[in-house]
Ligand binder design. Sequence first.
Ligand code: NAD
Ligand code: UDP
Length: 319
Amino acid sequence: MKKVLITGAAGFLGSHLCDRFIKEGYHVIGMDNFITGDKNNINHLVDNTNFKFIEHNVTDFVKIDGSLDYILHFASPASPIDYLKIPIQTLKVGSLGTHNLLGLAKAKKARILIASTSEVYGDPLIHPQTEDYYGNVNTIGPRGVYDEAKRFQESITMAYHRFHGLETRIVRIFNTYGPRMRLNDGRVIPAFMGQALRGEDLTIFGDGSQTRSFCYVDDQVEGIYKLLLSDYSFPVNIGNPHEITIKEFAEEVIKLTATSQKVIYKELPQDDPLQRQPDISLAKKLLNWEPKIGREEGMRITYEYFKTLSKEELFKSDH
Ligand code: NAD
Ligand code: UDP
């Protein structure tokens, strides 16, 4: 039985990856320090004999007994609200944490996949974004703590690949959504869902003309799984190229949730990228992968999930 270590296991993507690898017959070791994650995301796995959980901060030395075949490094705050609240931890998990996991991969002769992001392209000057675009990041802006941690993460991963011959994979994840997103993580989908369910107006930052391209979590997980098993060491974009303005998206959410709410406008956060759309030609060619779940279906499933939250969860300011 192959063994895989997944960091960030109690988070949104990490928990879905744990489910997928268990389903594929792996022994999964999940690791998390719960800084932005939630025990509830992995509660259903704790009695599974093929799952083991270790509570640990990966910026400290990571020790695993026995062999390991794969490591997926997904630990990191991922939403602007989170990484603005804990900027130093964000820089540390992307740099020191990644270094620890690369060291572990080298010691165990394991293949490692790291979770990078479309944020390495910053506020992009080319559209859609291809993997060979170097990006436009403000290193000293508020989002720099996340963007630069991820850019460093890519660099050190390539250095381990070139210098130590480590088997490495880099996925550049574009905005992904689905069940288990934290209601109050500030990202636009949980924000709009929470507002709709609480009967509040939907907050659009800026004039809403900025664009994003939203990928349903199952499609993302499938892309990551295929990339891990491929033999390609350079970064690959995984996301859904179907682009929409935030204003149109708010209208879709109002229609989906059948609420009578309006939209209200708030200030656009500094360095908020004005447009984002992945070019996924490489993933299509290399992995024979493309997203299958459209926004209508994905958002319906996601809304069903948010509807299951209790009133208490819906109204508490953070968790
Ligand atoms: P999330 O906040 O739901 O999950 C991150 C998990 O990492 C949390 O459970 C958190 O507690 C854990 N964590 C953070 N720092 C840690 C540390 N030092 N030690 C141990 N655990 C730690 O976020 P997510 O959306 O699931 O994102 C997961 C990964 O995917 C991140 O690396 C993120 O940068 C990347 N990513 C996500 C998206 C997206 O749209 N969801 C987009 C681009 C990149
Ligand atoms: N956004 C918004 N209202 C909200 C939360 C976010 O208009 O309540 C906007 C945000 O400014 C950005 C887009 O939605 O332009 C996506 O934001 P998110 O935080 O989900 O992701 P990211 O900016 O990291 O792509």
